[in-house]
Ligand binder design. Structure first.
Ligand SMILES: Nc1ncnc2c1ncn2[C@@H]1O[C@H](COP(=O)(O)OP(=O)(O)O)[C@@H](O)[C@H]1O
Ligand SMILES: [Mg+2]
Length: 251
């Protein structure tokens, strides 16, 4: 197979000169990046940097004021439903039906998506997502944040969505739950999912991300790529993180 062809086919998310304003406030000012299948891309940036807005653009929840966003070669603005069908989204606060069990939630959402909602598929997905067997039949109303996220990841796995978007998935998790969660993402990547994760978890990003983008002033200030087995140095990341966006402030 031709290299250039497979490279192109492997790109699952692409932002091209992405711009967005809320009113006259410019939040994204020409953002460019790509995420490939089987890759974890961590998007870092301070509060208000535009990270959630970037995810909203991929989800077709906002109409960008300029540039394009593509999901598996579909322009999101042109075909928002087709784009959304490819994406599993884990927001900061996962919305589930509180009075339903984890299994029932998957069954409901899979049926809604027109996907196979068989018991065996649901069980396998919740198993892969690491939700304990005894939790699967309990109402999600009593679930911790980590359990809710496992339920949402279970839904993503059951839907066979090729793309996963996560908004600060490990904020508010204790270190063990965060490490647990990152292992889950690692497994999803091994299955070929393309993953875009917005995070403040530098340690987690250093351990599992293939690439890290630093968002500042509505653009990518830097993009770092992990080289083979050598992951990122968390101290260097931290030093860079506290510096991003400070050039303007200092001037
Ligand atoms: N719906 C909205 N209307 C107006 N301003 C918004 C809206 N959503 C976000 N913003 C503003 O846009 C900026 C970027 O927000 P957001 O993308 O949520 O940042 P992040 O997720 O990086 O913290 C912030 O200044 C925020 O206040
Ligand atoms: Mg946000």
């Amino acid at each position: 197979m031709e290299q250039s062809l497979s490279d192109k086919r492997d790109v699952v998310l692409e932002a091209c000169d992405l711009r967005h304003q809320y009113g006259d406030k410019a939040v994204l000012r020409g953002l460019n990046f790509k995420v490939a299948a089987g890759e974890i891309y961590a998007l870092l940036g301070g509060n208000g940097a535009g990270k959630s807005t970037t995810l909203s653009a991929f989800l077709g929840l906002i109409r960008p004021t300029g540039g394009t966003v593509r999901v598996m070669d579909q322009d999101v603005t042109e075909a928002p439903d087709a784009a959304r069908a490819k994406i599993a989204y884990v927001p900061e606060n996962v919305a589930l039906y509180e009075h339903l069990t984890a299994r029932e939630n998957l069954s409901y959402f899979l049926a809604l998506a027109g996907a196979d909602a068989s018991a065996s598929r649901i069980e396998a997905a919740l198993e892969a997502a690491g939700l304990a067997p005894d939790a699967r039949g309990r109402r999600v109303g009593g679930f911790s944040k980590g359990m809710r996220q496992k339920t949402a990841i279970g839904l993503a796995i059951a839907r066979h969505a090729p793309v996963l978007l996560l908004d600060e998935p490990t904020s508010g998790l204790d270190p063990r739950a965060a490490a647990d969660f990152n292992r889950l993402l690692d497994a999803a990547r091994s299955r070929g999912m393309g993953i875009l994760m917005v995070t403040h978890d530098l340690l987690g990003a250093a351990e599992i991300a293939d690439r890290i983008g630093f968002l500042a002033d509505g653009r990518l200030e830097a993009e770092l790529t992990a080289e083979g087995e050598a992951r990122f140095d968390v101290r260097a990341l931290h030093a860079r993180y506290v510096r991003i966006g400070q050039t303007d402030a200092a001037a």
